[in-house]
Design a protein around this ligand. Sequence first.
Ligand code: GDP
Ligand code: MG
Length: 601
Amino acid sequence: TDPALIRNFCIIAHIDHGKSTLADRMLQLTGVVEQRQMRAQYLDRMDIERERGITIKSQAVRLPWAPTTGDGEGTTHVLNMIDTPGHVDFTYEVSRSLAACEGTILLVDAAQGIEAQTLANLYLALENDLTIIPVLNKIDLPAAQPEKYAAELAHIIGCDPSEVLKVSAKTGEGVAELLNKVVAEVPPPVGVADAPARAMIFDSVYDSYRGVVTYVKVVDGQLSKRERIQMMSTGAAHELLEIGVSSPEMTASDGLGVGEVGYLITGVKDVRQSKVGDTVTQLHKGATEALGGYKDPKPMVFSGLYPLDGSDYPELRDALDKLQLNDAALVYEPETSAALGFGFRVGFLGLLHLDVIRERLEREFGLDLIATAPNVVYRVIMEDGTECTVTNPSEFPTGKIAEVYEPMVRATVLAPSEFVGAIMELCQSRRGNLLGMDYLSEDRVELRYTLPLAEIVFDFFDQLKSKTRGYASLDYEPTGEQTSELVKVDILLHGDKVDAFSAILHKDKAYAYGVRMAGKLRELIPRQQFEVPIQAAIGSRVIARETVRAIRKDVLAKCYGGDISRKRKLLEKQKEGKKRMKMVGAVEVPQEAFIAALSTD
Ligand code: GDP
Ligand code: MG
């Protein structure tokens, strides 16, 4: 295709603002999906994605469109719509899919206004020099306030309110005009046709039949079928078994040229060999300089995952192996816990990533899991100058510590202005530092904070939602690290540490944690034949203490001799119960107690 006729664009939108519905309308209007095949949210393939209404993996679709008016009227153009993941955890993937585009539709619900994530992604788009097309969706809704939110959008991106398009993805109103505008305003891709090929990978998906399907945008040169290609970050070479475009089903072609967006299949089985952000070139006489912007995915949040039933351990390992084929950001290694048995320490990009993986393990692989409280990665410098990285609180070093560094984020919160006080209070209590505050319109504000990531991974979002009656939205991005006065709190049962409950906390929060956990466990642990002290300690210093009093629980005594079968039944029942017990030192703890103590409330 002549690059002058290509338009590469994406849609930036908050969850539920109608991105999938708009994409559906575009598929229909451009005729690539026939009416009778149309089902809602055609492009959202994963079940969890559908149910939770989030797009985890981005995809690209090729749409032929001849504008009905204006520039290029009557000439068929190729529109490549690149679907970006919407969530904070996947910022890096979002930034790569944006880098494959020249323009973006900024889609905002006309009854809701812009949200924090959308704003954060808009900033990313502006950094990538994309042309922004502001659009208000759902104008068919009675609650829509198109004038108010058009003014807000115009204010944010610096255009005239009359330039904001108003559409209904549901009825299709305004969607043809939007496609016309994409052709008229989004610049065509530019690249050097006779240079060595350079294509950027913006997505990579594992398919059990075809192996890894890699989505690329060709920036320079040309990639052809059967050619040998090379991944520039690793130097690994592969044969291009198939190349083509998705429209939206995969359609093979002979090659892809400058500005084109499509897929590659090389037969590799693991997405880590085809990494988002990497540059693909030819093996022979290939490019020497990669396109910028490649980063290795870096897990930010860790949690221990244990099978509820210890015999499921091999299944858990197989399931993680399978998920990793499609998720370069997922890392894990075996771990054992005295309290929970054999499991894995698993690294995630963020909390949503953790939720999604856990849910898939439970749903797709039928596993029942216990997850330990999520923690971030700490860097500890010892007084003797040695350094270590801690991904599991129970591994926090015990020697003389000089400094501990924790990861920080820059958070953006958008909310109606009446909640400013509540939001500030919450951020303050989470060791936040206010960077600035702006009014987007007279009743909506944007607050910017730096916060320790550790404070966000622990129920921050839930708190934010409940303090703002669900109106606030949050986005964050990593901004390096900071030294903090952090300590490890251990929980001891009868003098033995329960590894699953060790936590790294700011010193001002250690006491409250200790008291809370000791109190919880006293409620949850059944009485034993002896007194069981529960202690919270920092090193050897005890900061909280509770006691489970002794009881002599002789169930058989209640059976007054006589009925042997009843006695046997009771003994058997006790044995059953024992299976679900875990020993911590000399103390028997029902597994439910661990689960209950680990759950947040
Ligand atoms: P996404 O999360 O951005 O992909 O949003 P969806 O496309 O899944 O839409 C979220 C909800 O809004 C769905 O229930 C849609 O039916 C509804 N919706 C999307 N566009 C419109 C619209 O233009 N008008 C109305 N009334 N509802 C819409
Ligand atoms: Mg969607």
